[in-house]
Design a protein around this ligand. Sequence first.
Ligand code: HEM
Length: 491
Amino acid sequence: MLLLVVLTIFIVLIAVFYFYISEKYKYFEKRGIVSPKYEFFFGHMRDTFFKRRHVSCIFEDMYQKYKNKEQVIGFFDITTPYLLIIDPELIKQVLIKDFKHFRNNEFSLLSDKKKDPVMALNPFVMRNEEWKQKRIEVATGMTQNKLRSMFPLVHDVSKRFVEYLNREIEKNAKRVFDARDISVKYTCDTVASCIFAIDGGSFTKKESEIINMGNKMIRSISDAAKSFFSKRLMPQDVQDFFVFLMEEAIKYRENNNISRDDFLAHIINLRRKKNMSDVELVAHGVTFFLDGFDTSSVALAPIFYELGRNPEPQQKLRQQLLAEFPNDDDINYDKLLEHPYLDQVVYESLRIHPPICFANRECSEEILLDTNKGKIFIEQGTKLFVPLLSIQHDNGFYHDPMNFIPERFDHGIKEYSDKGILIPFSQGPRMCLGMRFALLQLKCAIFEIVRNFEISVDTDKTPEHLEIDPSEFLMNGKKDTMWLKFKSVKT
Ligand code: HEM
């Protein structure tokens, strides 16, 4: 009898659970929004849940199936409904025109001010008015003038990069280099120099403490993002390490009366003007460090890879750079950033390999979105994604989209970004804050390396098609899959 009662309760519970979930899955049907077939319980994200496929692949499948037919698709992550906006005009409406309604993203849910005082002050995870204020504070530290004064620091690191490769090649001419590893070394040292005013030592030391701490921070953020429970994003020892670096950098600058118009000077100024706490101060440094180190390295590795696979554009770039800038010091910030073909090379790689494959938003004020299927009511709290990568890979916008052809931008890049089809840094008031600094880092590295070396891909160790690591948030290639050879052009 007891067994029968238990069994009945169990069956009723399952039936209620089934009914409850089935009702949730009617979300899009009730709103007349197209949604691909879902799997019970997993929705559309089973393969990302088990880390078998990167989220970019799931978005790409949906994009390919519905492009030119729909502008908005619905999908479920487990049972949470999301919208995927796949039309460039509608994307502009969400990210730019109706920004007021979509000013926040979901990442703020990851941070907790008490547990993570430093990470909670990164604009990426802030909301509403607090976000706006912090964004202005960070942005005024990255004006063109400040970047101009950071140029010699970044340029110095790119020269150290060349020296490192020369040293390694001298030791062993057959040496091959992991594109991920050398890119991390470079971006780590550029940010260490620009924010903390130190030499990160990535090209000279066997092990760089700052890279280790950076990697630990990224692992911890990634674990917290995957966890069901609220976790600290930045471990205490990593926070202590960066607090120490920041304090030392400020002390050194003040004690030695060094005056330079850069990001560190901006932070010191902010402290004076706004009576900023030490935590706020360090948060500025860490915001800059985290993105400048990680996102930029994920962008840089595939540029080397594409140049290595495509000798013609590589040769063309080298010829132009050597003819226009025979000596290292013929270059400056403005000439570097405005060099047309270098710009085309960098953007063509960012088009094929954007380090962040989507923009995420949460609706903060309800709105009616105009679509080709009529008006869609978006209620407050609705979450949505913009598939940056799929837009940039669309063969309707780009001929032969997976091939590296910088010449496709011969008539200008602006036309493509204005159309909303070249958006590696996203668009609108919440687009990447570090775009100019990132372009400075990438272009300076390519400038020095291409002038000094012929790059080729080690085809024995590198697969024909790059595979993205499904366990990572960024579009990082799988470990040990991108191997490069460098041959000095001066020998
Ligand atoms: C090639 C390298 C980089 C790429 C492709 C990139 C791309 C992006 C993208 C797609 C977003 C999301 C924008 C959105 O939600 O609409 C973003 C946000 C952001 N990026 Fe970058 N990024 C790069 C490097 C950097 C660097 C070097 C920094 C800082 C020095 C930086 C700082 C930020 C910040 C603070 C945000 C949050 C902006 C906000 O929510 O207001 N990024 N980035």
